[in-house]
Design a protein around this ligand. Structure first.
Ligand code: UT7
Length: 335
């Protein structure tokens, strides 16, 4: 029997209705459309406005669409992994909440936190379960209500992030497609440049932490930018080279959507054209663990069986990596 590989067999996604435009942001902080477009490349981001709704609300909508499109009964799902930095609560895991809401009752589920590389790490984790032969249907759902940790008084971070969720189904195949190679990296010393100061066991919530606005994202933009440009491109080029994919043989780069300039620098280093890159940062901003599946969600119709895709991310940790996938189906109807 040939080696089992984990292949993506369907995609679901969801973004909330509300569009937070650059014009609206410029009424909250001192900024403007021109600065945001030239420095970041974001026109608007979606925001989950309704009170009492967290990331699971977004995640379950993406999962429901995924299950419906692929004709999967929730009871058939073996495992659900939810990469997120904005869980509904510290515990239980948002994955447990999503499973419950989606009627996934015959599975186990857990969250995974790897910042903006969460979806990539979770794809890799899911693939190991599938390749073992013990698990047939594994859902990975990146779900983020980033607006819950964005400081709308901080002009350096508030234009960047948006809310959304995207999900994929992974199943075993003996054919020559699916997840073929990966490079995943971490440098935890990078944490000083990008983190949330309070709310964890190190600094539990108190009046002081709230007054000091320490429950929001803290980011030293330039430090993160420099590392992201170098690291995301390094691994993307390395995975291309070691799989002998020439620039014209790569169908799609699926990059984390943090900053248009980081995406362009990565594409340049890989020697590929803009038409080979999935870019929707203009409309959704940085949805952290949801950027990669939201790209797949929008591009699914255009993908062909056998297409070469490279996924690449960089984020808090620092975490970064690249995964090479040979796409396994045609069109948007799952298998
Ligand atoms: O996904 C997680 C990983 N995160 C990232 O990949 C983010 C990486 N970093 C970045 O994308 C960029 O560093 C930012 C978009 C966050 C900032 O862009 P930058 O080109 O690095 O700007 P900067 O921080 O160097 O600031 C340049 C100037 C400053 O003014 P002075 O000191 O030159 O007078 C800022 O105060 O731009 C100012 N500035 C703004 N001006 C208008 C900062 N934010 C804004 C703003 N509107 N929103």
């Amino acid at each position: 029997m040939s080696k089992l590989r984990a292949t993506i067999t369907g995609v679901g996604g969801y973004v909330p209705q509300y569009r937070l435009t650059n014009d609206e942001l410029s009424r909250l902080v001192e900024t403007n459309d021109e600065w945001i477009m030239t420095r970041i490349g974001i026109k608007e981001r979606r925001i989950l406005k309704e009170k009492g709704k967290g990331s699971s609300e977004l995640g379950v909508k993406a999962v429901n669409e995924l299950l419906e499109k692929t004709g999967t009964d929730p009871g058939e799902v073996d495992l659900l992994i939810c990469p997120t930095v904005t869980p509904d609560m510290q515990f239980p895991a948002t994955a447990n909440v999503i499973s419950d809401k989606a009627g996934i009752t015959n599975a186990f589920s857990f969250d995974l936190n790897a910042g903006c590389s969460g979806f990539l790490y979770a794809m890799s984790t899911a693939a190991r379960f599938v390749e073992s032969g013990a698990y047939q249907k594994v859902v990975v759902v990146g779900a983020e209500k980033m607006s819950s940790i964005v400081d709308y008084q901080d002009r350096a971070t508030c234009p960047i992030f948006g809310d959304g969720a995207g999900a994929i189904l992974m199943e075993p195949t003996e054919q020559d497609h699916g997840l073929k190679d990966e490079i995943l990296q971490v440098d935890g010393s990078g944490r000083k440049h990008l983190h949330q100061k309070a709310g964890g066991s190190l600094k539990p919530a108190s009046h002081e932490t709230v007054d000091a606005r320490e429950h929001f994202i803290y980011q030293e933009g330039q430090q993160v930018f420099k590392a992201a440009v170098a690291k995301m491109a390094d691994v993307s080029v390395e995975i291309m080279n070691r799989n002998q994919i020439a620039p014209n043989e790569l169908n799609w780069l699926v990059p984390h959507q943090a900053n248009m300039r980081i995406i362009e620098a990565t594409a340049r280093r890989m020697g590929i054209k803009r038409e080979q890159v999935m870019i929707n940062i203009q409309r959704y901003g940085n949805t952290t663990a949801a950027t990669l599946p939201l790209c797949l969600w929008e591009w699914e119709e255009k993908l062909n069986k056998g297409d070469n895709l490279i996924f690449a991310t960089f984020g808090a940790g620092f975490t970064w990596g690249a995964i090479y996938v040979k796409w396994g189906y045609q069109g948007s109807n799952g298998k």
